[in-house]
Design a protein around this ligand. Sequence first.
Ligand code: DC
Length: 228
Amino acid sequence: MTDNCPIITVDGPSGSGKGTISQLLATDLGFHYLDSGALYRLLALAAQRHKVLFDNVAGLSVLAAHMDITFEMNPEGGQPTVFLESEDVSTAIRNEDIGESASIVAAIPEVREALLQRQQAFARKPGLVADGRDMGTVVFADAELKIFLTASPDTRAKRRHKQLIGKGESDSLAALIDWVKQRDARDGSRSVSPLRPADDALLLDSTSLSIAEVFAQLRQEVKDRLSI
Ligand code: DC
């Protein structure tokens, strides 16, 4: 707890539903919300725009520490609006190429170090819900409540497939299952902050649960553990 600022961490692989659940919890509790994946995505986009190559570790670290970014919470919930150098890049950071690049820059220890304090600065009263891969293990290791949300690779690929169809884009389900497995392997095997549950995390498998069911379980957990 930082100055009476309770922190809830939600870690897990892509497609586990952690983003949606974290946003719902933050809105319900009136807490701030950190989408840490967006920071890695913003860095990938900033690097592309400023022509900083991925093997330029010093350049990437400086960019990570100093890039001009702003997150604007949406009062009705949902993803925050994200600005890079005052430009709304909320859509630009969500494309597949940027996701791939984010996964590459996220494997560089110096980049993770440069983003550490920026992430920790999101902890402000009345509280924070932090969503990512290493929120409970590294960035907020003292968090009051740590959740690790997962789902089978097939289920996560199907969710992604549905999302893409909704956006008018498509990719074969088989290709998406491969992609999910590749991304898991990269995020889970890197030497620094690999994706893994904190020892004291509550594990929840959402494979056969709806968002509403996951939310209800976690909301109850927050009530039991934090009395809010
Ligand atoms: O959750 P996402 O897809 O927006 O994350 C983009 C990439 O950033 C993903 O490959 C994992 C990485 N990431 C990370 O390494 N640590 C975090 N705390 C959040 C995301």
